[in-house]
Ligand binder design. Structure first.
Ligand SMILES: [Zn+2]
Length: 306
């Protein structure tokens, strides 16, 4: 049904390697596609906080992206420890200190006042963030509040950090290196079904032109742990050829990958962390596994060009 989906047979092999360049706590997630191309996502530990980034992209384009893990923060159970979200019942002061620690760890501490977050609602809105929006939702419990009612924020403005919050839903960062642009997307099953990631790509291209984009997909609940019932899986199978009909488990990563592929970001330009949050509650927050819990983040910022 989807003529644009050409490489469903691509297989991937993942390896954790000790990075010889950076400090000993740094690992590299190397992904090999069937075409033999590879890229590197780097797992960095800094100030006790672990995040996943593309160091090569940052070095070549000044585009900082990061997916956080859950340790290294101040939060106590059930928010232990690096809960970054203001809407889950955690103490605002703890959330703000956690955000400060995270932004320090990724090297963006100077821009905390300009941080932009959103009130995520599993909707279809896509908001372009401009200079006037800098600081919206930067700090929990303070004015100005987050951008209301959107699950996608994107920008072409330098030094405006974007952050959204996750516990099982799919975090996606879409990147354009020329002209520089970043989008952070929150895709739960509703958003994934509605094609919100592909819609983000099309929205960016509408304003930027026919540009080349990259996509990074952070940790989310895997099909291994996402039992949703056969009727919902069947609905997805009607929309996405990579979803097997005879299953009661849903692979949101496959849905997002196909959506990106259809929107013109081929598999060779997608990087998936491929870690199941529900399987790894020692590293990530999981709504399915823990119910009342915190949120890790997807983060991106265009650094100042010298
Ligand atoms: Zn799992």
């Amino acid at each position: 049904m989807n003529q644009h989906f050409s490489d469903a047979q691509v297989t991937h092999r993942l390896q954790w390697l000790v990075c010889p360049i950076r400090d000993l706590n740094c690992q590299r997630l190397v992904k090999f596609s069937s075409e033999g191309r590879s890229t590197v996502l780097t797992s960095v530990v800094n100030h006790g906080i672990t995040y996943h980034t593309d160091a090569e992209l940052q070095g070549s384009s000044g585009i900082l992206l990061a997916f956080s893990e859950r340790h290294g923060g101040l939060g106590s159970a059930p928010y232990d420890a690096l809960n970054l979200a203001a809407h889950v019942g955690d103490d605002d002061a703890v959330v703000n200190e956690n955000r400060r620690r995270f932004m320090t760890a990724v090297g963006a501490a100077d821009y905390h006042d300009r941080l932009v977050t959103a009130e995520q609602i599993h909707g279809a809105a896509i908001v372009r963030v401009t200079g006037e929006d800098a600081g919206r939702g930067a700090r929990a419990g303070e004015i100005p509040p987050p951008i209301p009612g959107t699950d996608v924020i994107w920008t072409t403005e330098s030094t405006i950090p974007l952050m959204l919050f996750f516990a099982d839903c799919v975090p996606v960062v879409v990147v354009c290196t020329s002209p520089r642009a970043i989008a952070v997307v929150h895709a739960g099953w509703r958003g994934a079904y509605a094609g919100i990631v592909g819609a983000t790509v099309r929205a960016m291209r509408t304003e930027l032109g026919d540009v080349e984009l990259l996509a990074y997909v952070g940790a989310h609940i895997g099909a291994c742990c996402y039992e949703v019932g056969p009727s919902l899986v069947s609905q997805f199978a009607n929309m996405f050829v990579t979803i097997p009909r005879a299953s009661d488990r849903l692979d949101l990563g496959a849905v997002v990958a196909e959506d990106l592929d259809r929107a013109g970001i081929s598999r060779e330009r997608q990087w998936h962390l491929e870690i199941c949050t529900a399987h790894n509650t020692n590293r990530f927050f999981s709504y399915r596994a823990e119910s009342h819990t915190g949120r890790h983040c997807a983060f991106a910022m265009l650094e100042t060009r010298l």
